[in-house]
Design a protein around this ligand. Structure first.
Ligand SMILES: [Zn+2]
Length: 174
């Protein structure tokens, strides 16, 4: 009952990751990186992707995996990650980024109909603020009216001069 057992959408488990030809072996400091899968031996998420470490797997396809967070904030708290070891979700192969969010949508749809949450929070953090796992991932957190999830943002008014400066600077880069 508590392992979200049948919320699957598996289309044949891709135990072998032959679809992932680690063609982008960037200048990696890890000397023992498996360059055929861009898999890091000391990375939990790479090991889960390879099937070498157990996880409550909800979904997997050629590019992504989705599994229940081992330390859930709420019931159904799910982690979605690319199979390839990239640290920056927002800077990696666009197809992988797109695949991650396709999987977010797929799993959210299944969670919606099974756990019937009141909504979802979806978030990703990159850069030096990242916690202990440096394998890019997205948190999909079902939200319930009475949950104790606190995603606090100290809000303030957008100042027009600052808005104009940011718009100008960013649009120059696009
Ligand atoms: Zn990894």
């Amino acid at each position: 009952m508590d392992d979200a057992g049948s919320a699957d959408g598996n289309e044949g488990s891709q135990a072998d990751t032959d679809a992932i030809t680690g063609t982008e072996t960037t200048a990696d400091s890890a000397t023992d990186t498996d360059t055929t899968t861009n898999s890091h031996p000391n990375c939990d998420f790479c090991q889960i992707s390879a099937g070498a470490e157990p996880a409550a797997l909800l979904y997997e396809d050629d590019r992504t995996i989705a599994f229940l967070d081992r330390r859930p904030a709420v019931r159904g708290h799910t982690v979605i990650a690319p199979r390839t070891h990239d640290e920056e979700l927002l800077l990696m192969d666009e197809a992988d980024t797109a695949a991650v969010f396709d999987t977010v949508q797929t799993v959210a749809t299944a969670l919606e109909s099974t756990l019937e949450p009141d909504g979802f929070s979806v978030f990703h953090t990159s850069g030096p603020l990242v916690g202990t796992v440096d394998h890019a991932h997205v948190h999909l957190v079902p939200r319930f009216e009475d949950d104790n999830v606190g995603l606090s943002l100290a809000r303030r008014e957008l100042e027009s001069a600052d808005a104009a400066a940011i718009v100008s600077a960013v649009r120059d880069k696009l």
